[in-house]
Design a protein. Structure first.
Length: 54
């Protein structure tokens, strides 16, 4: 998921460089959503992955 966030971020940077505001904004929004999803899943993984069954 983090890989796709970085890919969309790079697409947004390239689109912004060429002046394509709509594409840059859309790619930036998708990258932000994917990054937040990655952070949430990573935190949940850390919390629930440390459980030990006794």
């Amino acid at each position: 998921m983090l890989r796709y966030a970085v890919i969309f971020f790079v697409i947004a940077l390239i689109a912004a460089f060429f002046g394509w505001g709509g594409i840059a904004g859309s790619a930036s929004g998708i990258a932000q959503i994917l990054f937040v999803g990655f952070i949430i899943l990573a935190i949940l993984s850390l919390i629930f992955g440390r459980r030990t069954v006794v």
